[in-house]
Design a protein around this ligand. Structure first.
Ligand code: NAD
Length: 323
């Protein structure tokens, strides 16, 4: 039997259609947000727009000022930020930043109230998420990893995909908040499995982009027109996301980084960071990743050749060389 229930507690009114046996997810209104960079600033602004009360923190003062102007309160450190909120969301560069913010001297775990839901959306090593989750449990706090796919534009449009690791009950609770800043929220398993999914995907993305760039470079050296080759590959067995929707050859597709001098998109430095995380996860689990390792080295060489500010599809120019 199914009923409609209207909950007035949440910042915006939610209507749920649920059965009598279902558990009702909690609704939150007070959020702490740390890491207001390229991604986090947009995510935080989208939460403000939906009526959430936000307290923010970032080591970068101008990033904080930008959010305060949009209506957020600011805090002097992560501990102060976490004192009086129901949910904490973090969007930080890498492992050590996330460890510092949660477990450091002025970290979230030192002050957050019992049962606070902690959601880390940074891309980090799954073992970092698992370490923090263990410590969080000792403080009666609930930690989940929730890395995203979709870049800055998806963060701006609120259309990110969240890959969530944590208990089903915590996932259900987190969903109402994540749905405000994302369009796809996927439960991947226990804590760390969101990061595992993200790293596997990005390893495959790096390999398939390099493969696509190799094939198109060879085709051109053999005298093939790149558009003809794209037409063939994209209706044949070589087709992949990199050939079809994000082709690395300039001029094949409009409005993607390769057609605007590889500006915007997903930078080579972020790809190298993710492949570094892949490498250590594979070493720890003894999973052979010959192509993943090679992709890591190739992207490091891409950066060494001066492409550090470019989108990762620039590997095509790296292979093509100057001629
Ligand atoms: P960014 O460097 O633009 O932003 C990170 C922010 O964290 C900065 O404002 C920085 O000042 C702040 N910060 C760093 N250390 C801090 C600390 N100890 N305390 C408080 N604030 C601190 O990074 P980004 O591009 O927004 O990416 C964030 C995360 O999202 C990364 O893990 C990245 O891999 C992942 N990601 C990024 C993209 C993308 O396209 N940019 C896409 C998917 C996932």
């Amino acid at each position: 039997m199914s009923v409609f229930v209207i909950l007035m507690k949440s910042p915006s009114m939610h209507i749920f259609n649920f059965s009598f046996t279902a558990t009702v997810a909690r609704c939150y209104s007070k959020i702490g947000f740390v890491g207001l960079g390229n991604m986090g600033s947009h995510m935080a602004k989208n939460l403000l727009k939906k009526g959430y009360k936000l307290t923010v923190y970032d080591v970068n003062k101008s990033a904080v000022a930008n959010l305060v102007e949009a209506g957020a309160n600011n805090a002097p450190n992560a501990a102060e930020m976490s004192k009086d909120v129901e949910v904490v969301i973090s969007m930080l560069p890498s492992n050590q930043h996330v460890l510092d913010v949660y477990t450091g001297e002025n970290g979230t775990l030192s002050t957050a109230r019992k049962n606070t839901l902690l959601i880390d959306s940074s891309t980090v090593d799954p073992s970092v998420s698992q370490t923090i989750a263990l410590q969080a449990r000792k403080h009666n706090l609930r930690f989940m990893d929730s890395p995203v796919s979709g870049g800055v534009n998806a963060a701006k449009d609120g259309t990110l995909t969240f890959m969530v690791g944590g208990s089903k009950a915590d996932f259900d609770d987190a969903k109402s908040v994540l749905e405000v800043i994302g369009s796809r929220i996927v439960h991947c398993g226990d804590v760390g499995m969101g990061q595992a999914a993200k790293l596997c995907n990005n390893m495959l993305l790096a390999i398939s982009m390099i493969g696509t760039a190799e094939a198109f470079n060879l085709g051109q050296k053999l005298g093939l027109d790149a558009k003809v080759l794209a037409d063939i590959i994209n209706s044949s067995s070589g087709r992949c996301w990199s050939s079809d929707l994000y082709n690395p050859v300039p001029g094949i597709l409009p409005n993607i980084p390769s057609s605007r001098n590889y500006e915007g998109g997903f930078g080579t430095t972020l790809m190298v960071k993710d492949l570094g995380l892949v490498q250590s996860a594979a070493t720890r689990t003894q999973a052979p990743i010959p192509l993943g390792s090679l992709a890591h080295q190739i992207y490091r060489a891409v950066i060494a050749q001066g492409f550090s500010t470019k989108d990762f599809s620039v590997v095509y120019q790296f292979l093509k060389g100057k001629n």
